[in-house]
Design a binder for this molecule. Structure first.
Ligand code: PMP
Length: 426
């Protein structure tokens, strides 16, 4: 009888969620050398893309070629290599501009990553515009990177940090937004997509509502740009930030997009070479945008590598990527919900293929360790989003975060091995 119901469930599964994917998935996987390695003797299933994504050969080869053939510091030399590097760096900036639909290249600032970008705005904007009694509004689902810099700013300035709450599906309670945006709110900082729950927030609507009150909005796009087509002009946000390493590019590089009016208005947050115009012992004037915000020798090789990653993604098409991943969301949600004792945290109607789960009577760390031995890379813990865990009254979860190169077959293996782990632990 049990066997029959199991069979029926399997048939239903096949009927409701077919194993479709985009036609070129196989060739996309071929572009990522690491996906073909084994871990502990098993074929790797890489489900830790929320932490960092793997790199296509194009990015790896571009960066190797630079270090082997073209390396030279940008913006300073008169020689061939320096000119060539500067040109490639500025081309990368333009690739980023196109990728997020910014109006002008000088609105794109290279930073060390999302964390670096948010700290830059919290410092620069915060020093100028946040004072005692003011408020900064965040959400309860922020990554610590979009929470702690604002909290520290508020502490320094005697300001107040407030947060938009969420419901148990992991959706922001936006009916409270209008009352949380007060005459004292100086900035609204919101994540586009939650790294812990996968929720896609309706940022266009949030930005419009903040702008009705002349409140600027910073959007943390660290988990969005690799999954959705993002157009900052359409979103109309004031700042948009993301990291190279989560968008199939290298580590140590990130983006701070800012509307020209803000970048012109705000003071630099770091001082040094390249960001200056005239320097004397008495006085310094600053370089024009975007160099005013790029003090010192930047990670120009990383920037060029990131530019290649974005070109690579555009070659595949963000719409196709989003459609494939949407399919993965449905397929994994359906299959995971068939596993007895699994609870998925975050069931927002709009979400990416990130699954925070707990398996009844097991500790996520133990499950993660067993999955690792079976070649499956997942993450366990609080995912740098402790307020999310506090909301649910839990210590952490096991997170499987999927990306454009993951397949329904990998989900099948993940679901099977979760059950293996469960049977070993209970
Ligand atoms: N915001 C979100 C939503 C993230 O997922 C992360 C990385 N996990 C960050 C910010 C920080 O990114 P980085 O470590 O690349 O600076």
């Amino acid at each position: 009888m049990q066997c029959l119901s199991h069979q029926l469930r399997k048939i239903k599964l096949l009927i409701t969620v077919p194993k479709a994917s985009y036609p070129n998935l196989k060739s996309i996987r071929e572009d990522f050398p690491i996906l073909h390695r084994k871990v502990h003797g098993k074929p790797l299933i890489y489900f830790d893309n929320g932490a960092t994504t793997q790199k296509p050969r194009l990015v790896i080869e571009t960066m190797n070629r630079i270090y082997e053939q073209e390396n030279s510091s940008i913006h300073r030399g008169v020689h061939y290599l320096s000119d060539r590097m500067t040109e490639a760096y500025e081309e990368a900036r333009n690739s980023v501009r196109k990728f997020i639909g910014a109006a002008a290249s000088h609105e794109i600032v290279f930073t060390s990553g999302t964390t670096g970008s948010i700290n830059a705005v919290a410092t620069s904007f915060g020093e100028k515009y946040v004072g005692p009694g003011d408020e900064v509004l965040v959400t309860v689902m922020e990554h610590h990177a979009n929470l702690v810099p604002w909290q520290m700013l508020c502490e320094r300035k005697g300001a107040r940090l407030r947060a938009i709450p969420m419901n148990d599906r992991g959706e922001l309670m936006l009916d409270q937004l209008d009352s949380l945006l007060t005459g004292r709110t100086r900035m609204l900082a919101v994540t586009h997509v939650s790294n812990a729950l996968g929720t896609i927030n309706p940022v266009k609507n949030i930005v419009a509502r903040a702008h009705e009150r002349n409140i600027p909005v910073l959007v943390d796009g660290a988990q969005a740009v690799q999954h959705l087509a993002v157009d900052v002009t359409e979103l109309d946000c004031d700042f948009y930030v993301f990291s190279g390493h989560k968008v199939y590019g290298p580590t140590g590089i990130g983006i701070l997009y800012g509307k020209e009016k803000w970048l012109e208005d705000l003071p630099p947050y770091q001082y040094g070479g390249d960001m200056v115009d005239q320097v004397s012992l008495e006085k310094t004037t600053f370089n024009e945008l975007p160099l005013k915000f790029e003090a010192g020798t930047t990670n120009y090789v990383g920037a060029i590598g990131m530019g290649k990653a974005l070109e690579y993604l555009q070659g595949i098409g963000l719409e196709d990527i989003a459609a494939h991943e949407h399919h993965l969301v449905d397929y994994a949600t359906h299959n995971l919900s068939q596993v007895p004792g699994v609870r998925i945290y975050g069931m927002a109607s709009q979400r990416i293929a990130t699954f925070s789960i707990l398996l009844e009577n097991t500790h996520p760390y133990d499950v993660g360790m067993i999955l690792d031995k079976l070649g499956i890379a997942v993450r366990t813990g609080t995912h740098c989003a402790q307020p999310v865990m506090q909301h649910f009254g839990i210590e952490g979860t096991l997170r499987a975060s999927l990306a454009m190169y993951n397949t329904p077959e990998e989900i099948d293996r993940f679901v099977t091995e979760l059950q293996t782990a469960k049977s070993m632990l209970t």
